[in-house]
Design a protein around this ligand. Structure first.
Ligand SMILES: [Zn+2]
Ligand SMILES: [Zn+2]
Length: 71
């Protein structure tokens, strides 16, 4: 299991719901982590698959790693 900035974030990122295979369909799933780009997003539950990219952890306030998308 990969470690993130804090326990809560690690738990959220690794959260797997038994009822929803798609994290965007699960109301309990708050964070979408893109391991390809090292990006963290807050899932917007609007029925689609939108997420709002965050730079700071909402729980511990630590700065999250920079996205690797532009490298
Ligand atoms: Zn954190
Ligand atoms: Zn669920």
């Amino acid at each position: 299991m990969e470690n993130h900035c804090c326990q809560t974030m690690t738990r959220q990122v690794n959260y797997k719901c038994e009822k929803h295979s798609n994290p965007f369909e699960c109301p309990d799933n708050l964070i979408y982590y893109n391991d390809k780009f090292d990006e963290y997003g807050l899932i917007i539950h609007d029925g689609g698959s939108s997420s709002f990219q965050i730079e700071y952890c909402p729980w511990c306030g630590r700065k999250l790693p920079d996205s690797k998308r532009d490298l």
